[in-house]
Design a protein around this ligand. Structure first.
Ligand code: FES
Ligand code: FES
Length: 158
């Protein structure tokens, strides 16, 4: 089947998609967007998190056909051209990226939290990111990155 969708603001199409394929597979293997990571493929790790019609979802759990005609934003779509999004920049500056496998999903989840407009407490950050597993950082640097991003979000909410 053919899937057409708006991906990171552009009309995209994938042909010969098998009914059992996930949105994650289509994004990575058919649309050349490897930012969203495939770690568990079972909805357990959050590394594949993307926005689907403005809701953060695990792309590994979304059947490709469910994405037909919808709007998807991946981690690649957060950056403003060549300039990292402030959330991305905060993760770099705080040292919250080690192997980086969890990072794309964490960035979408952190973006989703901060776009609510209210500065989250540490407990709220932990709760919001609870579905995103990281084996490397111990999470403290990730918390630090979200605090830093929240500071900047207040100055430039977008
Ligand atoms: S790869 Fe989708 S939740 Fe782990
Ligand atoms: S940085 Fe390696 S899993 Fe999070």
């Amino acid at each position: 089947m053919r899937i057409t969708a708006t991906v990171n603001g552009e009309a995209r199409q994938a042909d010969d998609v098998w009914e059992g394929e996930s949105l994650l597979y289509v994004l990575r293997e058919r649309m050349g967007l490897p930012g969203s990571k495939n770690a568990c493929e079972q909805g357990e790790c959050g590394s594949c998190t993307v926005y689907l019609d403005d809701t953060a979802v695990c792309a590994c759990l979304v059947a490709a056909g469910q994405a037909q005609g919808r709007a998807i934003v991946t981690v690649e779509g957060l950056a403003r051209g060549d300039v990292l999004h402030p959330v991305q920049q905060a993760f770099v500056e705080a040292g919250a990226v080690q192997c980086g496998f969890c990072t794309p999903g964490l960035l979408i989840a952190a973006h989703d939290l901060l776009r609510g407009g209210r500065r989250p407490t540490d407990a709220e950050v932990r709760e919001a990111l609870a579905g995103n597993l990281c084996r490397c950082t111990g999470y403290e640097k990730i918390l630090e990155a979200v605090r830093l991003a929240a500071d900047r979000w207040e100055e430039d909410p977008s």
